[in-house]
Design a protein around this ligand. Structure first.
Ligand code: VGL
Ligand code: ZN
Length: 201
Protein backbone atom coordinates (compact mmCIF):
# COMPACT_ATOMS: atom_id res chain seq x y z
CA UNK A 1 0.00 0.00 0.00
CA UNK A 2 1.46 3.36 -1.02
CA UNK A 3 1.83 5.92 1.73
CA UNK A 4 -0.29 8.98 0.81
CA UNK A 5 1.98 11.26 2.86
CA UNK A 6 5.16 10.33 0.95
CA UNK A 7 6.03 11.89 -2.43
CA UNK A 8 8.79 11.32 -4.96
CA UNK A 9 10.38 14.57 -6.20
CA UNK A 10 12.34 14.10 -9.44
CA UNK A 11 14.67 17.02 -10.13
CA UNK A 12 15.53 18.27 -13.65
CA UNK A 13 15.93 15.02 -15.62
CA UNK A 14 16.19 17.02 -18.84
CA UNK A 15 18.14 16.61 -22.08
CA UNK A 16 20.51 19.52 -21.37
CA UNK A 17 21.68 17.82 -18.15
CA UNK A 18 22.30 14.49 -19.91
CA UNK A 19 25.27 13.50 -22.10
CA UNK A 20 25.13 15.53 -25.33
CA UNK A 21 23.27 18.38 -23.61
CA UNK A 22 24.39 21.96 -23.04
CA UNK A 23 25.19 21.43 -19.33
CA UNK A 24 25.76 17.70 -19.40
CA UNK A 25 26.11 15.94 -16.06
CA UNK A 26 28.36 12.90 -16.47
CA UNK A 27 26.23 9.74 -16.70
CA UNK A 28 23.11 11.82 -16.03
CA UNK A 29 21.04 9.56 -18.28
CA UNK A 30 21.93 6.38 -16.37
CA UNK A 31 19.54 7.21 -13.51
CA UNK A 32 16.41 7.26 -15.69
CA UNK A 33 15.47 3.55 -15.51
CA UNK A 34 15.90 3.49 -11.74
CA UNK A 35 13.78 6.61 -11.29
CA UNK A 36 11.04 5.18 -13.50
CA UNK A 37 10.98 2.00 -11.42
CA UNK A 38 10.90 3.97 -8.17
CA UNK A 39 7.78 5.89 -9.28
CA UNK A 40 5.69 2.74 -8.75
CA UNK A 41 6.36 2.93 -5.01
CA UNK A 42 4.84 6.41 -4.59
CA UNK A 43 1.32 7.76 -4.36
CA UNK A 44 2.53 11.17 -5.57
CA UNK A 45 5.18 11.91 -8.18
CA UNK A 46 6.36 15.46 -8.82
CA UNK A 47 8.80 16.45 -11.55
CA UNK A 48 10.74 19.69 -11.76
CA UNK A 49 11.87 21.28 -15.00
CA UNK A 50 14.55 23.96 -15.26
CA UNK A 51 12.84 26.43 -17.62
CA UNK A 52 14.77 29.59 -18.42
CA UNK A 53 13.80 32.40 -20.77
CA UNK A 54 16.43 33.06 -23.48
CA UNK A 55 19.04 35.50 -22.17
CA UNK A 56 18.63 34.38 -18.55
CA UNK A 57 20.89 36.22 -16.06
CA UNK A 58 22.54 32.92 -14.99
CA UNK A 59 23.96 32.41 -18.51
CA UNK A 60 27.64 33.35 -19.00
CA UNK A 61 26.63 34.61 -22.46
CA UNK A 62 24.89 37.55 -20.72
CA UNK A 63 28.07 38.63 -18.92
CA UNK A 64 30.61 40.09 -21.38
CA UNK A 65 34.13 38.79 -20.82
CA UNK A 66 32.98 35.99 -18.51
CA UNK A 67 33.15 32.25 -19.22
CA UNK A 68 30.86 29.38 -18.24
CA UNK A 69 31.53 27.87 -14.80
CA UNK A 70 33.00 31.14 -13.43
CA UNK A 71 31.52 32.63 -10.28
CA UNK A 72 29.94 36.10 -10.17
CA UNK A 73 28.01 38.20 -7.65
CA UNK A 74 24.32 38.84 -8.16
CA UNK A 75 22.09 41.07 -5.98
CA UNK A 76 20.89 37.86 -4.26
CA UNK A 77 24.40 36.41 -3.71
CA UNK A 78 27.07 34.38 -5.51
CA UNK A 79 26.06 32.80 -8.80
CA UNK A 80 27.83 30.28 -11.04
CA UNK A 81 27.67 31.42 -14.67
CA UNK A 82 26.30 28.54 -16.73
CA UNK A 83 26.32 27.77 -20.42
CA UNK A 84 22.96 28.59 -22.01
CA UNK A 85 20.73 25.64 -20.99
CA UNK A 86 17.10 24.59 -20.58
CA UNK A 87 15.77 27.49 -22.64
CA UNK A 88 11.96 27.41 -22.67
CA UNK A 89 10.57 25.43 -25.59
CA UNK A 90 13.90 23.99 -26.78
CA UNK A 91 14.74 20.32 -27.10
CA UNK A 92 17.35 20.70 -24.36
CA UNK A 93 14.65 21.79 -21.91
CA UNK A 94 12.49 18.72 -22.58
CA UNK A 95 12.58 15.77 -20.20
CA UNK A 96 14.86 12.86 -21.10
CA UNK A 97 12.77 10.90 -23.63
CA UNK A 98 12.86 7.73 -21.50
CA UNK A 99 11.61 9.43 -18.31
CA UNK A 100 8.11 8.17 -17.40
CA UNK A 101 6.55 11.64 -17.35
CA UNK A 102 3.03 10.19 -17.65
CA UNK A 103 3.33 9.19 -14.00
CA UNK A 104 3.67 12.80 -12.82
CA UNK A 105 0.94 14.40 -10.70
CA UNK A 106 2.62 17.78 -10.99
CA UNK A 107 5.35 19.35 -13.09
CA UNK A 108 6.86 22.41 -11.51
CA UNK A 109 8.89 24.77 -13.69
CA UNK A 110 11.54 26.99 -12.18
CA UNK A 111 14.13 29.54 -13.25
CA UNK A 112 11.54 31.46 -15.25
CA UNK A 113 12.38 34.83 -13.70
CA UNK A 114 14.94 36.33 -16.13
CA UNK A 115 16.88 38.03 -13.31
CA UNK A 116 17.04 35.27 -10.65
CA UNK A 117 18.27 31.68 -10.86
CA UNK A 118 16.30 28.95 -9.13
CA UNK A 119 18.08 25.78 -8.12
CA UNK A 120 15.53 24.78 -5.53
CA UNK A 121 12.12 23.35 -6.31
CA UNK A 122 10.77 25.52 -3.45
CA UNK A 123 12.36 28.98 -3.74
CA UNK A 124 14.24 31.10 -6.21
CA UNK A 125 17.90 31.73 -5.35
CA UNK A 126 16.93 34.84 -3.36
CA UNK A 127 15.69 32.09 -0.95
CA UNK A 128 12.41 33.96 -0.42
CA UNK A 129 10.34 33.92 -3.64
CA UNK A 130 8.30 30.68 -3.49
CA UNK A 131 7.51 28.39 -6.43
CA UNK A 132 4.26 27.21 -4.83
CA UNK A 133 5.44 23.62 -4.31
CA UNK A 134 5.26 23.86 -0.52
CA UNK A 135 1.56 24.76 -0.66
CA UNK A 136 0.85 21.91 -3.08
CA UNK A 137 2.52 19.37 -0.81
CA UNK A 138 0.90 20.66 2.39
CA UNK A 139 -2.60 20.77 0.95
CA UNK A 140 -2.15 17.14 -0.15
CA UNK A 141 -1.00 16.20 3.34
CA UNK A 142 2.48 15.19 2.16
CA UNK A 143 5.08 15.27 4.93
CA UNK A 144 7.86 13.04 3.59
CA UNK A 145 9.89 13.41 0.40
CA UNK A 146 12.30 11.21 -1.51
CA UNK A 147 14.47 13.06 -4.02
CA UNK A 148 16.31 11.87 -7.13
CA UNK A 149 17.61 13.60 -10.26
CA UNK A 150 20.14 16.17 -11.48
CA UNK A 151 22.34 17.62 -10.33
CA UNK A 152 23.16 16.28 -6.85
CA UNK A 153 25.25 19.32 -5.90
CA UNK A 154 22.97 22.04 -7.26
CA UNK A 155 19.24 21.57 -7.78
CA UNK A 156 18.89 18.36 -5.77
CA UNK A 157 20.96 19.85 -2.94
CA UNK A 158 19.06 23.16 -2.78
CA UNK A 159 15.69 21.39 -3.01
CA UNK A 160 16.58 18.90 -0.27
CA UNK A 161 17.92 21.56 2.11
CA UNK A 162 14.91 23.83 1.57
CA UNK A 163 12.51 20.92 2.09
CA UNK A 164 14.22 19.97 5.36
CA UNK A 165 14.14 23.59 6.52
CA UNK A 166 10.42 23.70 5.76
CA UNK A 167 9.95 20.70 8.06
CA UNK A 168 9.58 17.88 5.55
CA UNK A 169 11.28 14.59 6.25
CA UNK A 170 13.76 14.24 3.36
CA UNK A 171 15.76 11.40 1.85
CA UNK A 172 18.06 11.85 -1.18
CA UNK A 173 18.64 8.70 -3.22
CA UNK A 174 22.28 9.33 -4.11
CA UNK A 175 22.32 6.29 -6.37
CA UNK A 176 19.60 7.95 -8.47
CA UNK A 177 21.37 11.33 -8.68
CA UNK A 178 24.46 12.50 -10.56
CA UNK A 179 26.65 15.55 -9.84
CA UNK A 180 28.31 18.39 -11.77
CA UNK A 181 31.06 18.53 -9.06
CA UNK A 182 32.53 21.97 -9.64
CA UNK A 183 35.49 22.71 -7.36
CA UNK A 184 34.40 20.44 -4.53
CA UNK A 185 30.72 21.32 -4.82
CA UNK A 186 29.63 17.70 -4.35
CA UNK A 187 31.31 17.16 -0.96
CA UNK A 188 30.16 20.63 0.19
CA UNK A 189 26.61 19.80 -0.87
CA UNK A 190 26.63 16.46 0.94
CA UNK A 191 27.92 18.09 4.12
CA UNK A 192 25.26 20.82 3.87
CA UNK A 193 22.46 18.32 3.31
CA UNK A 194 23.55 16.25 6.31
CA UNK A 195 23.74 19.40 8.46
CA UNK A 196 20.18 20.25 7.39
CA UNK A 197 18.99 16.83 8.53
CA UNK A 198 18.62 15.24 5.09
CA UNK A 199 19.11 11.47 4.93
CA UNK A 200 21.56 10.48 2.19
CA UNK A 201 20.66 7.00 1.02
C1 VGL B 1 20.98 23.06 -12.45
C2 VGL B 1 22.74 24.48 -12.88
C3 VGL B 1 21.89 25.36 -13.51
C4 VGL B 1 20.53 21.77 -11.86
C5 VGL B 1 20.13 23.95 -13.07
O1 VGL B 1 19.47 21.26 -12.28
O2 VGL B 1 21.23 21.25 -10.97
N1 VGL B 1 22.29 23.34 -12.35
N2 VGL B 1 20.60 25.10 -13.61
ZN1 ZN C 1 19.42 26.36 -14.82
Amino acid sequence: MQDPTHALLVIDVQNDFCPGGALAVPAGDLIVPGINALMDDFAAVILTQDWHPAGHASFASQHPGRAPMELTQMPYGPQVLWPDHCVQGTDGARFHPALATDRADLIIRKGTNPAIDSYSAFFENDRTTPTGLEGYLRTRGITTLTLAGLATDFCVNYSAVDAARLGFSVTVRQDLCRAIDLGGSLSAACAGMMRAGVTLA
